[in-house]
Design a protein around this ligand. Structure first.
Ligand SMILES: C[S@@+](CC[C@H](N)C(=O)[O-])C[C@H]1O[C@@H](n2cnc3c(N)ncnc32)[C@H](O)[C@@H]1O
Length: 439
């Protein structure tokens, strides 16, 4: 059983493992300074599974040692007040504070307040709270500069977009989760909110209706989707390494609910003869994706087309591969069945449906330390609050597909049944398959 001493020993051993690996190729040690790297792993420019393993073990032990020395009372109080961290981060990004501070310099509280348009006293309180979380520093009283974390936010719009969307739209919904569940418990089904989302935004049917009718939030949503693939957690590399993409040859790949096309942009270079269709119901997202590709990836423009399509309607286009990336988790089983059954008429023999999203472990839950472990539960909590939907385990996906059509054959999942944030499940459509009786 873990105790303070055994955890401390394990921490020392993993620290020495990490230091040795970094020293071997002269990678600087992580630091809180402004010029430190953004991401412990990707900063070295290559995946290093040994380093990742050591880092994950270290984080797990470090989290546990903090839990043990904090004790249950402080653990609960820390969690209870964690909303102030999200509110502070939201303020920092909404007021563009990181971008206002020049690289390698400090700024007086008065100048910074004037630059971001906050009263000096408020600005100082916000920045000092953030410093407690490692964001910014104050080398001299009343003068603020960057830490590694604030410097990253200043230079990386993708990270800012994630922080902005998560601390605004998502946080707005998540804090209503207990209210939403209570109302569902107390009211008749017809009067009860469908999800916490409907408590936060009572004038809209669901989150997608809200985005369709609010262009600022819709823009923030799709920027968040586009930006998050630039972080190691959501990186398209997980998808790229999970499947033999070049085997599609000159076939067609459709990304259903593909937003601005960021997944197709990542896949196109490794499938040089394939054609791609990005389908979404958000015309704004499709238009912004088209403009983005024309500007940033003109060579891919002829191979990636955009088409408005509601995936609850019959799929009009046949293809070799249909990708549903972070789609099914937004919907109830009944809705997922409708989505999958709408695909069936377009599926030729041997067509693949690839599901890319979090898979929850089938086994018992354990304390989580790393964000990788926690993110599966984060997403599941988000799906419950936003859509009254869920992340599924492998058996849940297989049941769903078999119910949609017995002609779907489950071919496998990366990461096995243990659950992982970025898993890929492969289903093949074979119209010759024996019907499965009793499912
Ligand atoms: C969670 S996002 C996933 C986006 C993208 N696949 C990714 O992995 O980043 C869900 C996407 O589904 C789109 N969407 C929602 N309802 C839809 C519908 N009925 N038909 C087509 N697209 C829809 C949204 O606009 C959004 O782009």
């Amino acid at each position: 059983m873990a105790n303070l001493e055994s955890l401390a020993l394990e921490i020392c051993s993993q620290v020495s493992e990490i230091s040795k690996t970094l020293a071997a190729d002269s990678t600087p040690a992580p630091s809180f300074e402004e010029d430190s790297f953004a991401d412990f792993e990707s900063s070295r420019g290559r995946a290093d599974l040994g380093l990742r393993d050591a880092r994950n073990k270290l984080i797990n032990c470090a989290q546990d040692i903090v839990r043990l020395v904090s004790g249950p009372t402080d653990q609960i109080l820390t969690l209870a007040y964690s909303v102030t961290d999200a509110a502070n981060l939201g303020t920092v990004v909404r007021f563009n504070i990181p971008q206002a501070i020049p690289n390698g310099a400090t700024m007086s509280a008065e100048s910074l307040a004037a630059a971001v348009g906050l009263p000096v006293d408020t600005l100082v309180r916000v920045v000092r709270f953030a410093i407690g979380n490692g964001i910014f520093n104050e080398p001299e009283r009343g003068w603020f500069g960057h830490s590694a974390t604030s410097a990253l936010m200043a230079r990386n719009p993708h990270v800012r977009n994630i922080a902005l969307f998560a601390t605004h739209e998502l946080a707005n919904i998540l804090v209503r989760l207990p209210d939403g569940l209570k109302l569902q418990q107390e009211l008749e089904a017809e009067q009860a909110p469908h999800a916490a989302f409907n408590v936060a935004y009572p004038d809209f049917a669901d989150a997608f209706d809200f985005f369709q009718k609010n262009s600022l939030s819709n823009d923030r949503y799709h920027s968040y989707l586009q930006g998050r693939v630039n972080t190691s957690r959501w990186a398209v590399e997980h998808l790229i390494s999970a499947w033999d993409w070049p085997s599609v040859g000159s076939g067609t790949i459709i990304d259903c609910g593909g937003s601005v096309g960021h997944t197709c942009v990542a896949l196109a270079p490794i499938c040089p003869n394939a054609s791609f269709v990005v389908q979404d119901m958000s015309c704004e997202a499709l238009a912004s994706g088209k403009t983005w590709i024309e500007k940033e990836y003109p060579a891919l423009g002829s191979r990636i087309i955009f088409a408005e399509h509601n995936f609850f309607n019959r799929q009009p286009t046949s293809a070799d591969i249909f990708i549903l990336r972070h789609i099914l988790h937004d919907w109830s089983d009944a809705d997922c069945l409708r989505i999958l059954q709408a695909l069936v008429p377009a599926l030729k023999d041997g067509a693949k449906v690839l599901i890319s999203e979090a898979v929850v472990p089938e086994d018992v839950a354990t304390r989580s330390g790393t964000l990788d472990q926690k993110q599966v539960r984060n997403e599941d909590a988000l799906m419950l609050a936003v859509h009254n939907a869920c992340e599924r385990d492998v058996s849940g996906f297989v049941r769903l597909f078999k119910k949609a059509s017995p002609d779907f054959q489950f071919k496998g999942v990366t990461g096995g049944n243990g659950g992982a944030f970025q898993s890929l499940l492969e289903f093949e459509f074979r119209s010759s398959a024996e019907p499965v009786v009793g499912k």
